[in-house]
Each structure stands twice: as C-alpha cells, then as structure tokens.
Design a binder for this molecule. Structure first.
Ligand SMILES: Nc1ncnc2c1ncn2[C@@H]1O[C@H](COP(=O)(O)OP(=O)(O)O)[C@@H](O)[C@H]1O
Ligand SMILES: [Mg+2]
Length: 219
C-alpha cells in the first residue's frame, strides 16, 4: 500500500547540501494506523511531501496505492492525489467560506452534481461530529472544530490513505486526544492513517505502530 525503498532526499542548502532523508525503507499495509515521530527537523514533512508527490526523491522508489510516485506524469498526479487525504497543522481553511463550503470545495472543483455534493458533505460532517456547525465560518470555530472541518475536507474523496502532518500541533492536549479519537474512528472504517507528530505524550498514550525518524534516518 505504501512502500519506500532506499529513498533519499537531498536539498541544496545555501552553504552545503541538506540530507533530509537517508535510505528510507518502510512498508505500511492497507488499514494500518502508524505514527511518524521524531524531533523538529528530523524529516517528517519531507517524507510526507515525497509520499504525496509534492516533491520527488533524489533517489529511491516510492509506491503508494499501486502508483509508482516518481514515474507519474503531471496529468496523473491530480488523479493519484484523490487516493490521499491530507490534514495540516494550520487547518488551511478558507476564511470567507463556511464549513460546508470549505468541505464541498474539492467536489466543486471536480464539478460533481450539487445533490451529490450536499449528501456527501453532510455525511463527512456527521463523521467528524460537525454537522451542527456547517453554516459557521472558520473564525467562529474553536481550534479543535477547525481541525475537524479540515479532516472532513480530507475525507471527502473517500481516500485510501489519510496523512496528517502535526495535526494536533496547534491544539491543547484534550483537543489533541479528541482529534486522535476521530482518526481512530476513520481507521476503524478501513482507511490507512499515517500521522506525523513530535508529541511523544500523544504517541505514548496509544499503542500504535511508530516509525521514528532522527536526522533523516529511521531509528
Ligand atoms: N525546501 C527545503 N529546502 C531546503 N531544506 C529544507 C527544505 N525543506 C526542509 N528542509 C530541511 O530538511 C530537514 C528536514 O525538514 P522537515 O522535513 O521539515 O522536518 P520535520 O517535519 O521533521 O520538522 C531540515 O533540516 C530542514 O531544514
Ligand atoms: Mg514538519
């Protein structure tokens, strides 16, 4: 489902090259729930960028959902990304759109019929317990609610894999647990969940597979 073989990423830094990922080998099966941990600068975001085809490895091979990520043409990338849902630390909601409109946006871009959009958006908002806030704007919501809206938007395409990069980084511990409980629920329905976090307390509180990065290498 997700496989890295001998993946390397080198950024050309201002003075010397930065070896952000070194010989990454990992395999995540469909339906797994995995944490990616490691201190700031360890390479977590870089690994997610390679996984979601926002950047290319310097060498090595990455396969996701049957796609060889490095071999894809630019026409294939948007189609590939529908297999992924991505959640970020800073939510990335559009301020001038309601919760409903934010979550609906990916389907509008795909020109889905409005009746389908309404039904599907309501379904994912129910899943994250945010249906009652569907007509509010992001700045009318708490941090935890904004993150739930961004999770709903990530789920809108029925992704095989949900990637979350520091999804609880802007939340206090109680809201962080609430968000992880939502990821558990999504995972229980069959979606592969892969969460990057430097929050060791959060990882320790769950008995889940953990991949630890340090200085760009798996420890
Ligand atoms: N676009 C970039 N150009 C140059 N260096 C980068 C770039 N992105 C990340 N880095 C460097 O790569 C290393 C890993 O960064 P990152 O993947 O963001 O780590 P993490 O998400 O674990 O904090 C760091 O040393 C960072 O400074
Ligand atoms: Mg990061």
């Amino acid at each position: 489902m997700i496989e890295f073989s001998h993946a390397y990423k080198v950024y050309s830094g201002t003075t010397s090259p930065i070896h952000a990922l070194k010989d990454i080998n990992l395999r995540i099966e469909k339906g797994e729930f995995v944490f990616l941990t490691g201190p700031s600068g360890a390479g977590k975001t870089t690994l997610f960028k390679l996984l979601s085809a926002y950047d290319r490895p310097t060498s090595g091979k990455i396969c996701v959902s049957g796609f060889d990520v490095n071999q894809m043409t630019s026409q294939q990338i948007p189609y590939f990304r529908r297999h992924l849902g991505v959640v970020y630390q800073d939510f990335r909601l559009l301020r001038q759109r309601t919760v409903f409109e934010n979550v609906a946006l990916p389907l509008e871009i795909r020109r889905e019929r409005s009746r389908y959009i309404k039904a599907r958006v309501e379904e994912v908002l129910e899943q994250v317990s945010l249906f009652h806030k569907r007509n509010e704007y992001p700045n009318q919501l708490s941090g935890g609610e904004q993150q739930r809206a961004s999770i709903a938007r990530a789920l809108i395409h029925h992704p095989n894999v949900l990637l979350a990069d520091e999804p609880t980084g802007n939340l206090d511990p109680e809201l962080a647990r609430e968000i992880v409980a939502i990821f558990d629920k999504i995972n229980a329905q069959g979606t592969t969940v892969f969460i990057a976090t430097h929050d060791h307390e959060l990882v320790k509180s769950r008995s889940r597979r953990t991949i630890e990065l340090k200085d760009g290498a798996i420890v």
